[in-house]
Design a protein around this ligand. Sequence first.
Ligand code: GRF
Length: 194
Amino acid sequence: MAKLIGKNKIYCAVFISGRGSNLKSIFRYSKKKNSKIILKLVVSNKLSAPGVKFAKKNKIITQIVNYENTIKAEKEILSLLKQNDIKLICLAGFLKILSKNFIKNFNGKIINIHPSLLPKYKGLNTHERVIKNKESYSGCTVHFVNKRLDSGKIILQQKVKLYKLDTPKKLEKRILKIENKIYPKAINQILSKI
Ligand code: GRF
């Protein structure tokens, strides 16, 4: 993990594709006196993502990256990360898979949040699958990103109980609230170890 810079903070980027509730919670954390990050950059592959509006409104450098050509897109992102001295990337609902090469470039400095109790329910449609399998618990996990999908070392996770009448929507809502709480905690935790 990166060394902390002046004022004991590092520059951080958040990658999004949509709503941006985790982006907001990371932003709120970054504004706390004792936070360990300065949220300097937001990258989105979608101009229409509501999170983009939030980032611009809050004067965070915001870049929309055209993903028609993945190699070009990642090249552009890597140069942005360098320019802005980014030491930590937080994926928050970013729907593009980063290449092995990209991950190698930022080895150990990319984290993600996933709406299940990993290693269970990797991939998409987690809530539907959890309900179908009549699980008693689901939850969310913050983990390091490695070259295998949703398989990196777990940093923090929290359980959420399932109810009889749960629907994927209801469960998503309850889990998202917890996600928004544990993401900043996980960031703080990994940066406290430096
Ligand atoms: C969250 O459920 C997260 O776990 C998943 O994508 C969703 C992003 O939500 N990776 P938001 O855009 O942060 O609100």
